[in-house]
Design a protein around this ligand. Structure first.
Ligand code: SAM
Length: 211
């Protein structure tokens, strides 16, 4: 039986020659060595494609890290004048992200908020964003769910990475993240305001549209 990593390897090989910005290049040109995992190339491609199709004016990313997903999205957003607000609470990592945004020439499309998403999200306005990408500490997904729904416009998209954790073979150190992801998936699927699907790319990407 083919598993998810074989599928990802095949897809990445197909796109190898086509992808200008890759996770490998991005992480290798980053000086900082200790940071959380960033999205896989297929997830970056999917985010870019979604954004190109729906042209969201205001994007919120929760969990910047060194800014690979932010930079991928910003390359498209810059073309039509959209804006990305991205949140990272680790000062050192946020500074590296800011350097990476400058290097990639996308800083002018990005507002980097350095702080705890748990405090920042409640301070954001109702229906402020057209698109939210959730890729923060997995324990926060169910906690931030109601705020994500509140700040998302009608017709907007909520996209969240790592939502197949409940079925992936994870290292024991990640096992405490399975329950919150399961809880979040249930919140999304049973929310009457959301229409969604869960795609087997990256570590599972759930995409939900608010009615
Ligand atoms: C999985 S990484 C994000 C990867 C990024 N989206 C990418 O693909 O390039 C998650 C990031 O969220 C940050 N983080 C974790 N908890 C946070 C919180 N409460 N508030 C803000 N950032 C947080 C971590 O420091 C980490 O850098």
């Amino acid at each position: 039986m083919t598993d998810l990593s074989d599928i990802n390897t095949y897809i990445n090989q197909l796109y190898e020659q086509e992808t200008r910005l890759t996770k490998e290049k991005f992480t290798h040109t980053t000086q900082l060595e200790d940071f959380s995992p960033v999205v896989d190339d297929d997830v970056a491609r999917y985010l870019k494609l979604l954004i190109r199709m729906i042209r969201p004016g205001k994007i919120l990313e929760v969990g910047t890290c060194i800014g690979y997903s932010t930079t991928s999205m910003a390359q498209v957003v810059k073309e039509y004048g959209g804006r990305i607000t991205t949140i990272e609470y680790d000062d050192k990592i946020a500074k590296q992200a800011a350097l990476n945004f400058d290097y990639a020439g996308v800083s002018d499309a990005i507002e980097l908020k350095i702080g705890d998403a748990m405090q920042i999200l409640p301070s954001l306005n109702d229906k402020e964003f057209d698109f939210i990408f959730l890729d923060v500490d997995k324990r926060l997904y169910p906690v931030l769910f109601n705020d994500c729904l509140r700040i998302l416009k009608s017709g907007g998209l909520l996209v969240a990475e790592d939502t197949l954790f409940p079925v992936l073979e994870l290292d024991a150190k990640w096992h405490d993240l399975i329950e919150p992801i399961e809880q979040f998936n249930q919140q999304v699927i049973h929310c009457p305001e959301l229409e969604s699907t869960l795609l087997p790319i990256g570590d599972g990407v759930i995409v939900a549209r608010k009615a």
